[in-house]
Design a protein around this ligand. Sequence first.
Ligand SMILES: [Zn+2]
Length: 86
Amino acid sequence: MKLSELIECPFCGHDEFMMYGKPVGQVKYRQKFNGTVSHRNTDIYKDIKIEYTKTYCANCGRYLGNHKTDECSQRVKQALGIRKII
Ligand SMILES: [Zn+2]
């Protein structure tokens, strides 16, 4: 099962998750030689992308899987397997 196919946390049933991401890219910051900041710095973050990886339940905090690879954690797979038996 893929992480994106989850409809709730398999541990507590909560309907919300959170992802941790890191910024990837470069910032172009302009400054004048006299020490003042350039007014052209309004879009310095436009080339920054957020790369999300680890996904956790927003309620119980348990690790659910990797957003980038769309894989569920082993514990999620085990939890879903247990549910099917019950
Ligand atoms: Zn949970």
